[in-house]
Write a protein that binds this ligand. Structure first.
Ligand SMILES: *Cc1c(COP(=O)(O)O)cnc(C)c1O
Length: 470
């Protein structure tokens, strides 16, 4: 492809993107695809000769698009939203044009320096104290793994990487039973083991970790000769939005000398709004590591996960490796690949810069505030439906509910709703029962999009009951 053709197709793709977004409400949110259907339409072998771009684009529309679930659909209420606000898309187009590999300062000084400034902007926006620094990673899973490896190394006086873990005893990490599966996987991969990830019960209106149980578990473990290594707290857990009392967790960690990591992958974005900090952020200052995903609620095109660090040295002592070919001149510069597990790094700071400048913090806050308030309104609508029950009350913009009937009925309703296509929801579990999750967070959602869900739920439920009666 020559650059003239590229320019022509580039314009075509931009037009296509704008039109996609203008008409997205007319599409079913979740793909209506049977397993194997898309693969069956693709040639089994690669072409020997190059094909024309028109043919490739036509097949993209014909084969790929029908198999897409529309994450940017304003009536996407499943999982958590993965937003791609338009300025962040433009930044990504530039990034893929330059295609810089940003592993070291010298491999693109602007990428490293912009990343440092974006971390500073976000620290201010989220009211974290001076002295923190951070790094942009691909995902919260990677940031959490980095933190868990750091816990391991710190608890073994930085000998795990060198000697392996044989004979080091059982390293223990503590968290609530509401943590995301990425915490389990970090414990597996770091050689800590599932059995040594101690999951504690929760209590209170925001389902925070039971602090007495946390303290007791650590004391018991020390008495049995185990080695406590760290505590992982959550602000806004995936299932129901569970949020720990951060100050209380930190107090235990300090008394026990434990490294702390906070998973705020989803809810962290809302901390740019001062009014949410009293309930969800107080006590955060002092956490050793904090992760939040601007690629979820904030609007930065996937992927973009920010890890804040109170002091980067423990993580650098854990992950930094400097073979001869990566050595650069001795000047004091930041080489972010030393902070993370992958060496190669995309230029992720640019989309944050475009996003934050384009909307300003006020523009971003306004969206988050709307989402939280509409989640409250739609929750009341669903509570009012005959026989429906709210299982967990809204935490920020997430709540769970049940329709009348057993667990099978809940799944039947979720499936029927998603087949209907006007909205998209997913199931979860709470207290041993199946629940239906509802979260509001799509960047372009309007109040009408959100409130319409109550009509759709009532309508689809009625149809379902009817079909069962026949
Ligand atoms: C989404 C989510 C994660 C995982 O995020 P990735 O960036 O996909 O790894 C972890 N924790 C919580 C609370 C989440 O909501």
């Amino acid at each position: 492809m020559n650059w003239d053709e590229f320019a022509r197709w580039g314009r075509h793709v931009s037009d296509w993107a704008a039109q996609y977004h203008r008409t997205i409400r007319d599409r079913p949110v979740r793909a209506r695809t049977r397993p194997g259907e898309i693969a069956g339409k693709l040639p089994v072998a690669p072409p020997e000769r190059g094909e024309a771009m028109d043919a490739i684009m036509a097949d993209f529309e014909r084969i790929v698009m029908p198999g897409i679930t529309h994450w940017q659909h304003p009536r996407f209420f499943a999982y958590f939203s993965s937003n791609a606000a338009p300025p962040s898309m433009l930044a990504e187009m530039l990034v893929s044009t330059i295609a810089a590999q940003c592993m070291l300062w010298q491999t693109s000084p602007a990428a490293t320096e912009l990343e440092g400034v974006m971390i500073d902007w976000l620290l201010q926006a989220m009211s974290l104290p001076e002295g923190y620094t951070g790094v942009i990673q691909d995902s919260a899973s990677s940031a959490t793994l980095s933190a868990v490896l750091t816990m391991r190394e710190k608890a073994t006086a930085y000998t795990g990487n060198r000697d392996g873990l044989g004979g080091k005893g059982n390293l223990r990490i503590y968290c609530s039973e509401q943590v995301h599966s990425s915490i389990d996987r970090a414990a597996w991969v770091a050689g800590i083991g599932q059995r040594n990830l101690v999951k504690l019960p929760t209590k209170g209106p925001r389902y925070g970790i039971d602090i007495d149980a946390l303290q007791a578990a650590i004391t018991r473990d020390r008495a049995s000769g185990h080695i406590p290594a760290g505590i992982i707290a959550i602000t806004g857990g995936t299932g129901i939005g569970a949020s720990d009392d951060l100050g209380a967790v930190l107090q235990v960690a300090r008394a026990e000398g434990l490294y702390t990591h906070l998973d705020a992958a989803w809810a962290g974005a809302a901390m740019i709004c001062p009014e949410f900090r009293a309930d969800f952020w107080s006590g955060v200052e002092g956490f050793d590591s904090i992760v939040f995903n601007p690629h979820k609620w904030l609007g930065a095109q996937f992927d973009c996960s920010v890890q804040f660090l109170r002091d980067p040295r423990p993580q650098l002592n854990t992950l930094k490796i400097e073979p001869e070919y990566l050595k650069t001149t001795g000047e004091a510069v930041t080489n972010y690949s030393e902070w993370t597990i992958p060496l190669g790094r995309r230029f992720r700071a640019l989309k944050l810069w475009f996003l934050i400048r384009s909307y300003g913090l006020e523009g971003l806050r306004a969206r988050l505030r709307n989402h939280v308030s509409w989640a409250g309104e739609i929750c009341e609508e669903i509570r009012g439906l005959d026989g429906f029950e709210i299982v967990t009350e809204p935490i920020l913009s997430l709540f769970t509910f049940r329709c009348p009937g057993d667990d099978t009925a809940q799944q039947a309703l979720v499936d029927a709703l998603n087949d209907d296509g006007r909205i998209y929801l997913t199931q979860g579990s709470f207290g041993g029962r199946k629940v239906i999750r509802f979260q509001v967070g799509q960047f372009d959602a309007t109040r009408d999009d959100v409130m319409m869900a109550a009509t759709v739920i009532a309508d689809v439920y009625e149809r379902l009951v009817h079909s069962l009666e026949q």
